[in-house]
Design a protein around this ligand. Structure first.
Ligand SMILES: *Cc1c(COP(=O)(O)O)cnc(C)c1O
Length: 364
């Protein structure tokens, strides 16, 4: 079976983790600091602040922007639940602006209708590693703070400028993301005050030992985790290129097939292919789940991210702080998306197998 995700650790990760174990300095030591410094350099920001997960990083970022009860946050209806859970965690109301048919990220034209005088932040999601149209979102934001959910989009760029620099940027370092520490997250910002607040929030609001300035959390990343991520920072660009090359081969092999639509990637917005996600369109020979079954039978694992619009669960539909207005483009996408393997460890033979399997399943 050709797996959807590939995670490989090498001797450099092993050596650094062992170094931490032997040092006895397991938390908030030199590895976390090195991870932060290097990640900030790669993204091109003044500060990177590591956290225990992408979700806690989202929560702390909302708090750093002073988003709380009575405030509203506008986000994408087609995202992982963590995006919504983070907003609810700080007690704010969730509103949605529907996505664009072409690229499944927030539609800048849908944004103004979702803004109210209580909107305190806008949270676009760079889904599958493709940057949302940040210049247009910024222009529609009317001065409201922007928090980018860049959990899936490490080093994705718009016109050469990395995601995570348009607003506060939040990246996940979860096991299957393009850059991983196992569990972890990291926040990017140019704001000295914001970075200071984020550092306080992650460590119980404590400036120095037992000098508390704000009520905070324990959102710290351990040095063991940071040690897993450090060597990967040096290979991230190369692994991203491999994802892009794999995507190019899939695009070429699957071009012009009836019944599917390939992921959009316009040249000025660099896709880092956390996922290679096709749409299985109505009227074709198979529906999405039918194609997934056929591919599994041919040895190709696929994934559905995500099977429903994020609000389309009872726990959110019935939630007093979730504004559930039907989002037709997100709902249609949820029925049609299918992610094919694109990870850096696929061989040329694997890519050929994937292309052949899709073509056979569609009867061409
Ligand atoms: C993974 C992910 C998160 C959450 O990150 P964790 O590290 O798993 O907490 C948030 N948003 C999106 C879009 C994600 O894919």
């Amino acid at each position: 079976m050709i797996r959807l995700t590939g995670v490989r650790m090498g001797p450099r990760e092993e050596r650094l983790v062992l170094e931490v174990l032997r040092s006895g300095h397991l938390v908030q030591g030199p590895m976390v600091e090195r991870l932060e410094t290097r990640f900030a350099e790669l993204v091109g920001v003044r500060h990177a602040v590591a956290m225990s997960s992408g979700t806690t990083a989202l929560v702390a970022s909302l708090e750093a922007l002073e988003v709380g009860p009575g405030d509203e946050v506008v986000t994408s209806p087609f995202t992982f639940a963590a995006t919504v859970n983070a907003i609810l965690e700080v007690g704010a109301r969730v509103r949605f602006a529907d996505i664009l048919e072409e690229d499944l990220t927030m539609d800048p034209a849908a944004l103004p209708a979702a803004l109210t005088p209580r909107t305190k932040a806008i949270m676009p999601v760079h889904l599958y590693g493709y940057p949302a149209d940040m210049p247009a979102i910024e222009a529609s934001a009317n001065g409201v703070a922007i928090l980018e959910d860049a959990a899936q989009a490490h080093l994705a760029r718009i016109g050469g400028r990395a995601v995570g620099t348009w607003g506060i940027g939040v990246f996940s370092l979860y096991a299957t993301k393009n850059l991983t520490t196992g569990e972890g997250g990291i926040v990017t910002t140019d704001g000295d005050g914001l970075a200071d607040r984020l550092r306080l929030l992650r460590n119980q609001g404590m400036r120095d030992r037992y000098r508390y300035e704000i009520p905070g959390h324990n959102y710290r990343l351990s040095d063991l985790h940071a040690a897993v991520g450090l060597p990967q920072l040096e290979t991230l660009a190369e692994r991203t290129e491999r994802r892009q090359k794999n995507a190019a081969r899939l695009n070429e092999g699957l071009a012009d097939l009836e019944g599917i639509r390939l992921p959009q990637a316009i040249a000025s917005r660099e896709h880092v292919y956390h996922q290679f996600t096709i749409r299985v369109t109505p009227g074709g020979p198979l529906d999405r789940d039918g194609l997934a079954d056929e591919l599994r039978a041919r040895g190709v694992e696929t994934g559905v991210y995500y099977p429903r619009a994020v609000y389309d669960y009872d726990c959110y539909r019935e939630h007093p702080l979730v504004d559930v207005t039907p989002m037709p483009i997100a709902e249609r996408a949820a029925r049609e998306v299918l992610s094919l393997p694109v990870h850096p460890w696929l061989s040329d033979a694997d890519l050929d197998t994937i292309v052949r399997a899709v073509r056979e399943a569609l009867g061409v």
